[in-house]
Design a protein around this ligand. Structure first.
Ligand code: NAD
Length: 287
């Protein structure tokens, strides 16, 4: 089984930064790339802030936080990933973008290295076909926020080898996570069940059945969910939610997965949730 010591992370957004942080805290060498310096600076800042919060809470020593930060290298060129044993891609939820990145990574990393995608919903089998290593390709679906959430859903494409699954499972466990396995079906397990609920909450909001606050409170207090579906959608990113609904809709060709027009309209308006300062709710200065 491939021993994973160096992990590459492509994309330094919400998920990429979290994955890099947790991998570094687990003692792995981490290589992080994004398209632009500004995105790298944002990602680096997010990791620093998150580690500082852990230090303040007393769950991490200052020395360990500094050591974790010291294990992460940042850059804008994909070639930074050449020494990686496994590269996990966490760029925006676009199949064309991910395929392009995997096609390039396939030529950059060593033949035995594993390529993994943190995609929420895009077919692992299809993404793997952008490479010549479908047997060393797997879905590694972390949950948001990565430092907090315990689960990593592993998705086996049609050609994913047992050894690839075992090495990736061992890596997730080294990062302190528990894994489940899903077949490569639209939405896998988590989002096939979660996203239709979020979409339904948007429909209830659009139809004026209840206010956003009442929808969220109903699910929080009535169904014991830790946060309401609309708050959760803002947290995930409404663009990501819409992209996942589109994958479910296309993948199953079933109208019950039709994305709610209000969700689409919010995304068209640039109201992407917490990350853009406004989604269903407002954040930051306009809150
Ligand atoms: P995000 O928008 O916060 O980050 C995406 C990052 O990708 C940005 O920093 C962007 O600059 C970068 N990027 C875009 N094009 C790139 C390129 N060509 N090369 C390198 N970097 C590039 O998005 P996110 O929420 O971190 O989501 C990333 C992935 O993780 C998506 O596939 C999403 O479906 C998945 N995911 C998201 C969540 C969630 O709750 N947000 C949970 C699980 C999985």
């Amino acid at each position: 089984m491939v021993q994973i010591k160096t992990v590459g992370v492509v994309g330094a957004g919400q998920m990429g930064a979290g994955i890099a942080q947790v991998a570094a805290q687990a003692g792995l060498s981490v290589l992080v790339t994004d398209v632009a310096d500004a995105a790298i600076e944002r990602g680096k800042g997010a990791i620093k802030d998150s580690l500082a919060r852990l230090v303040k809470k007393g769950s991490l020593s200052e020395a360990d936080a500094a050591a974790a930060m010291g294990r992460i290298s940042f850059g804008t060129a994909l070639t930074l990933h050449a020494p990686a044993d496994l590269v996990v891609e966490a760029v925006s939820e676009s199949e064309a973008l991910k395929r392009k990145i995997f096609g390039e990574l396939d030529l950059i990393v060593r033949p035995e290295a594993i390529l993994a995608s943190n995609t929420s919903s895009i077919s692992i089998t299809r993404l793997a076909s952008a490479t010549k290593r479908a047997d060393r390709f797997i879905g590694m679906h972390f949950m948001n926020p990565v430092p907090v959430m315990k689960l990593v859903e592993l998705i086996r494409g049609i050609a994913t080898a047992d050894a690839t699954w075992a090495a990736t499972k061992a890596l997730a466990e080294k990062m302190g996570k528990t894994t489940t396995v899903s077949k490569d079906y639209p939405g896998f397990l988590a989002n096939r069940i979660l996203m239709p609920m979020i979409n339904e909450a948007f429909s209830a909001l659009m139809e004026g059945v209840g206010s956003a606050e009442d929808i969220d409170t109903t699910m929080k207090l009535g169904c014991n969910h830790p946060m309401g579906p609309l708050t959760l959608a803002d947290f995930i990113g409404l663009d990501t939610c819409l992209a996942i609904m589109e994958v479910l809709h296309d993948g199953f060709a079933d109208p019950r997965y039709r994305p709610c027009p209000l969700l689409r309209q919010y995304v068209d308006a640039g109201w992407l949730g917490k990350k853009s300062g406004r989604g269903v709710y407002r954040y930051g200065e306009g809150a």
